[in-house]
Design a protein around this ligand. Structure first.
Ligand SMILES: Nc1ncnc2c1ncn2[C@@H]1O[C@H](COP(=O)(O)OP(=O)(O)OP(=O)(O)O)[C@@H](O)[C@H]1O
Length: 295
């Protein structure tokens, strides 16, 4: 697999505090890649630079080997995007909106547009005025617009923001199907860690403009042994656990070193008059990792 997207050492400052400080990562062809981070971590700035809408102070992005900074139009020819909240002409139909939006970049092909509108499930309402659309329908229209250039790369800024659980599931299934049928490469940012975990192959976590983690979702479990615990007398229990080499990850979650037998640990806690209501192994989630890294 070769890299479809290469983000190389991006630096950007809007004021005295840098928004990005040397962010680097690559997204392989056909990969679904998630960009995570707290509010203000630099996710949208990164996407804006990839889309050629924000000029980096330093660094470069290449898409399919073509530099966005040096050959923007060429690099973005087969890139579809939803960036920030898409805005539409409210008093025009979804169809008229697609026609206008497409006239800025590629030629409008009605057959292709009908195919894409069908794909996103908007056929019945595409002639209705956008002001009558629900938030979910607007997102589907935004997705249709993103799909019209027949993209090899999709860049999505918070694509499920504000969607209801059904809309989120629809979006997830749609993207997974699209990758399978068309081999599209997808980079998106989101705060919905559960969604990211089921959709993405890899994630990067940004913190204050720096990439502080990159890894495969499949490797999340790692070597660590994580236990969910419910204990009383924490003033006794926690120092004891730490003395045994356990790490308290969050209230109620600890990681056990290899040398420690959980049964022996429970017996020892009981011996210290700690009531142990739960002590069960759990799979480490993306949320666990995210909280450990960004804390
Ligand atoms: N156009 C701009 N002018 C001034 N500052 C900006 C601009 N765009 C971004 N910033 C600043 O850059 C930093 C990174 O912002 P960015 O929008 O990239 O974060 P984010 O990770 O996308 O956050 P969120 O999850 O809230 O969307 C923030 O401190 C933000 O205030």
């Amino acid at each position: 697999m070769s890299a479809m997207l290469e983000i190389d050492s991006l630096h950007k400052s809007f004021g005295p505090k840098p928004a990005l400080e040397g962010v680097t990562f690559s997204v392989m062809e056909g990969e679904i890649y998630g960009l995570l981070g707290h509010n203000g971590a630099g996710k949208s700035t990164t996407l804006g630079i990839i889309l050629g809408m924000v000029a980096p102070d330093r660094g470069e992005v290449t898409i399919g080997g073509v530099s966005v900074q040096r050959e923007r139009a060429n690099a973005l020819k087969r890139v579809g995007s939803i960036f920030e909240s898409p805005s539409f002409y409210e008093y025009l139909s979804g169809w008229e909106n697609l026609k206008i939006l497409m006239s800025y970049s590629v030629r409008f092909d009605p057959d292709e547009a009908r195919r894409v509108v069908e794909m996103v499930g908007l056929t019945e309402r595409i002639q209705s005025k956008v002001r009558t659309y629900s938030h979910g329908m607007r997102q589907r229209l935004a997705l249709a617009q993103a799909l019209l250039p027949m993209p090899r790369v999709l860049l999505l800024d918070e694509p499920t923001d504000g969607l209801d659980p059904e809309g989120i599931k629809w979006f997830r299934d749609f993207v997974l199907k699209l990758r399978k049928s068309e081999g599209v490469t997808v980079l998106f940012n989101s705060h919905l860690l559960g969604e990211v975990e089921v959709m993405c192959d890899r994630v990067a976590i940004l913190k204050a403009g720096r990439r502080v983690h990159e890894g495969r979702i499949a490797d999340l479990a790692g070597e660590e042994r994580i236990y969910e615990v419910d204990l009383d007398r924490l003033e006794v229990a926690l120092p004891f656990l730490e003395l045994q080499g356990c790490q308290v990850l969050s209230p109620g979650r600890i990681s056990l070193p290899d040398s420690v037998d959980p049964a022996v640990m429970v017996a020892a806690l009981v011996g210290l008059h700690v009531r142990v209501s739960a002590f069960a192994p759990v799979r480490r989630s993306l949320e666990d990792l995210y909280l450990e890294i960004t804390r």
